[in-house]
Design a protein around this ligand. Structure first.
Ligand code: SF4
Length: 88
């Protein structure tokens, strides 16, 4: 039997937000911050990602974590959306 893929490292195992999710489209979420639509979202700051966003609930080193904008799902640590706010 083939081994199941290892789950992404995360404190809370939730389904990942997908780029095409309605909510993801509203917030311009991408699972790779470098793929953010920088033309549409002028607030994009180089180097910003969910992992350094004030709303991100994952722990340092996690691959994914919760975000209040996407209830019941995880966002990628390397992801980004237009509501990104610098972690204090
Ligand atoms: Fe990621 Fe922050 Fe947007 Fe949530 S609000 S998806 S943690 S950038």
């Amino acid at each position: 039997p083939t081994a199941a893929p290892a789950p992404s490292k995360t404190a809370i195992n939730l389904p990942m937000v997908e780029k095409g999710d309605a909510q993801a489209v509203v917030f311009g979420y991408v699972d790779d911050a470098t793929q953010a639509d920088k033309v549409k979202f002028k607030n994009y700051v180089a180097g910003s990602a969910c992992s350094n966003c004030a709303l991100y609930q994952g722990k340092a080193g996690d691959d994914a974590g919760g975000c209040p904008l996407f209830a019941g799902k995880n966002v990628a640590a390397k992801g980004w959306c237009a509501s990104w706010a610098k972690k204090a």
